[in-house]
Design a binder for this molecule. Sequence first.
Ligand code: NAD
Ligand code: 6OD
Length: 520
Amino acid sequence: MTRCTVISNNARSDPRAKIASLPAALLRLPGPAGDLVKRIQNYIDGRFVAGDREFADVNPADGTVIAQVMEANEVQVDEAVHSARCALRREWGRLGVRERATRLHRVADAIEKRFDCFVQAEIADTGKPISLASKLDVPRAAANFRVFADLVKMAGLESFQTETPDGAKALNYAVRKPLGVVGVVTPWNLPLLLLTWKVAPALACGNAVVVKPSEETPATATLLAEAMQDAGIPKGVYNVVHGFGPGSAGEFLTRHPDVDAVTFTGESRTGAAIMKAVAPTVKPVSFELGGKNAAVVFSDCDFAEAVNGIGEAVFLNTGQVCLCAERVYVDRKIFNAFVDALKEKAENLNSGWPSDAKTNLGPLISAQHREKVLSYYQLAREEGATAVTGGGVPKFGDDRDNGFYVQPTIYIGLTESARCVKEEIFGPVCHIAPFDSEEQAVAMANDTKYGLAASIWTTNLKRGHRVAQQMNVGITWVNCWFLRDLRTPFGGAGLSGIGREGGMHSLNFYSELNNICIRL
Ligand code: NAD
Ligand code: 6OD
């Protein structure tokens, strides 16, 4: 653990405090009047730099402003892209795979050295429970670098001994080359995990990146710059530009003519806007988008395992995981028992302060997102749902009342065509519906324009395989959820995305293959 990044002006030892510290890298500038307001800066060509406008970084747990973020203007985004291009022509572009992999392991080491700073920065931005940030988000960031560093060293490539009908002989083999400058645009729900999930393979393949983290969660992307410096990643290889989407850094980056590829995680309609932006320059894209995921519970499931697993699948990260189950289909034979058990699970969640180790349900990310989720709670009532539990806003009697908490919520009684069953809500909420046959369950689960993930709960092995293979999604879990092996394909069908990342799929997206044919 490093203490290098701790400042004291806002530090509180109270476990209710949203944040004990923000890292020094985020604090290079004093406020206009020399005050101690924290400023989160851009990172361009190896330097932390201001922007000409600022916006507030808000604590979702109590609505206070924790920092000001320096928004990059169009010229700065251009400088970041230029700096990435130049880095490819210098040392980084000449490094062999082994040395690149060694440096990526050092990035993982540097993340682990700053483990507590990353955890604090992540919970400061998102309000997520410390238990989650320290078990999932930050360890996965380090793992992303280690896995892709090892993979790129091990990865083989195709080769063919060729004989043509007219007797010519040749050897064909492919070599892997970087794409060049990759634009990385990421969301706020798992900020560091999702950013490093893309940056690690991009760097492993020898690219340079310009990342545009979500305006809601700028801190860990900036702190990662400090880890990159520590690890000997040359200037220009990793750049961070802060800002919004349209008319701001997100748009400037994705329509920049000198960006060679765009990798994006976020809402489906943002993916559509980015697709338009990249069209004139025909850039490769990888899109990981929204979901309206189903969980299918058969009467032969291990009941306790299914209730626990679906409790996670619905409520983890306050339902703000693209893989979360918002539609739960349960065999009518166990429907009432299942609804009661999930209700009990929801009512036992602890909506505490993020820094409290016992908290397992944080706030939503923002006031605006809470408005959206609450509008679906209202819509569910209008569409005729029965709230089994929740449906409103908790009252705490302390500063959390100024934060963006909502109650964990379970609905029953909607028709399958209801908007609440069709549209992604992205909150701690699900609708549970009964089914009477396996065929009906499969049809209901597949009746969506999305196609990201599904989970199947059954102890019948044959049924597990049979149903899983009929799911029109990118990822199906059987008797588990969000259990990850980073070598496996990850992505979605339909509105849930374009392409697959993970393992070799990431290496294939972040590189160009050059096939060489040698006449023998
Ligand atoms: P969002 O699409 O609103 O924003 C994501 C990023 O895109 C942000 O950095 C934002 O500033 C930027 N952006 C917005 N408009 C842009 C534009 N026109 N041009 C360029 N950049 C633009 O998504 P969000 O609200 O941050 O995240 C929640 C959504 O992300 C949900 O729909 C969720 O399902 C999805 N998601 C998907 C996955 C996955 O792996 N499939 C993972 C996490 C989140
Ligand atoms: O685990 C991952 O690699 C991944 N991309 C998870 C996405 C979660 C969505 O919110």
